[in-house]
Write a protein that binds this ligand. Structure first.
Ligand code: TXA
Ligand code: MG
Length: 331
């Protein structure tokens, strides 16, 4: 199968029309959102949804997020939800947050991975919004990477992983948030955060108290099946050094390894054999993270050591992704 790159900014009308036609025919098309690129298909069409799992090689018990243009579509996709959801929507949507709600039977069962709930998100990216509004279809879309690879933040990343496996990707430039949405279970009296993203627990607590979920508990909980799979596996081993940074680098160099250093800014230029710079602010670091994890494969380093990154410098969402990507954490 040939994979077309549809350039949104060059041919807006044609890109929208082609994408909507594919979705209506039950085909999958990748598209930009503000977090990462998604691989979309009609969420009410089980055959279309199964093509997403096949293209990504994703385990079928890992449910997909549904994307809609506006909150008006929410009611027909859910079976009621607590009043606080409207408050969260008011504050954070459109934006990088996904609400897990009781699902209406309209949603194809394979979208939900067998659960009774469904994750729904209203993206704020203008291209995503235009495509969703034009199609009037709820679009199921996981991140548009091959399972186990870092999520794509450009159309080029999507093509690296999925060329020949999908008919088209809409190129709408870089995804600027860079980490996936915050996933919040809203089926109980209080919201529970299942995955961290740009919207933090503190942000949500401005609106309503968040129920605690013990550290590590959600690893096995059926609540968010995605967390039990290994994600974001860079092909070069990544070590997250939360302390003993210089010693860790030296140890690997002494063992004859070529060491890459993943860090915030140029202050670490003299360490290691190659530096992967993430940026100075939390926003820059998040936006650059997955690109760097992909770039590492194109170099000849034997190992990459992440230094100077912690909750305060990089934010919780980035630290969560780094911990998942790391083969070793020095703490
Ligand atoms: O930012 C994002 O969320 C991106 C863009 C494309 O929207 N999408 C994304 O999808 O990251 P995905 O499939 O890679 O991750 C979805 C996560 C998984 O961890 C999945 O297990 C969880 O959300 N999830 C989806 N539906 C759920 C449900 N009904 N209950 C619990 N967890 C759910
Ligand atoms: Mg993903």
């Amino acid at each position: 199968m040939e994979t077309k790159r549809l350039d949104y900014h060059r041919d807006m009308e044609e890109t929208i029309q082609t994408t909507v036609d594919y979705w209506k025919k039950g085909e999958v098309v990748a598209f930009p959102t503000e977090t990462v690129y998604g691989l979309g298909a009609d969420a009410t069409n089980a055959a279309a949804v199964s093509k997403i799992f096949r293209a990504k090689e994703r385990p079928e018990d890992n449910p997909l997020i549904i994307h809609i243009a506006g909150k008006e579509q929410l009611h027909s996709l859910t079976d009621g939800y607590p009043a606080y959801v409207d408050q969260l929507i008011e504050s954070f949507s459109p934006g990088p947050i996904t609400y897990v709600l009781k699902s209406s039977p309209r949603i194809a069962e394979n979208v939900r991975g067998g659960l009774r709930t469904v994750g729904i998100r209203i993206p704020s990216h203008p291209v995503a919004h235009k495509l969703l509004a034009a199609s009037e279809i709820p679009i199921a879309a996981p991140s548009a990477n091959r399972s186990g690879k870092p999520s794509p933040t450009t159309a080029q990343h999507v093509l690296e992983d999925l060329t020949g496996k999908i008919p088209a990707v809409v190129d709408g430039g870089s995804a600027n948030v860079g980490v996936e949405s915050t996933v919040v279970d809203c089926t109980g009296e209080q919201p529970v955060i299942l995955r961290l993203g740009k919207i933090t627990k503190q942000d949500i607590e401005q609106i309503i108290p968040v129920a605690e979920i013990a550290e590590g508990q959600h690893i096995d909980a059926p609540k968010s099946p995605g967390v039990k799979y290994r994600h974001y596996m860079p092909e070069v081993p990544l070590i997250l050094a939360l302390r003993d940074e210089v010693e860790t680098i030296r140890k690997h160099q002494l063992a004859g390894e070529k060491v890459g250093v993943l860090t915030m800014d140029a202050a670490s230029d003299n360490l290691g054999d190659k530096v992967f710079l993430l940026g100075k602010s939390k926003e820059e670091i998040a936006a650059q993270l997955y690109r760097s994890l992909r770039d590492m494969r194109q170099t000849d380093v034997d190992v990459v050591i992440a230094i100077g990154l912690n909750k305060i410098t990089a934010g919780e969402a980035v630290m969560d992704r780094l911990k998942k990507a790391a083969s070793l954490i020095v703490e």
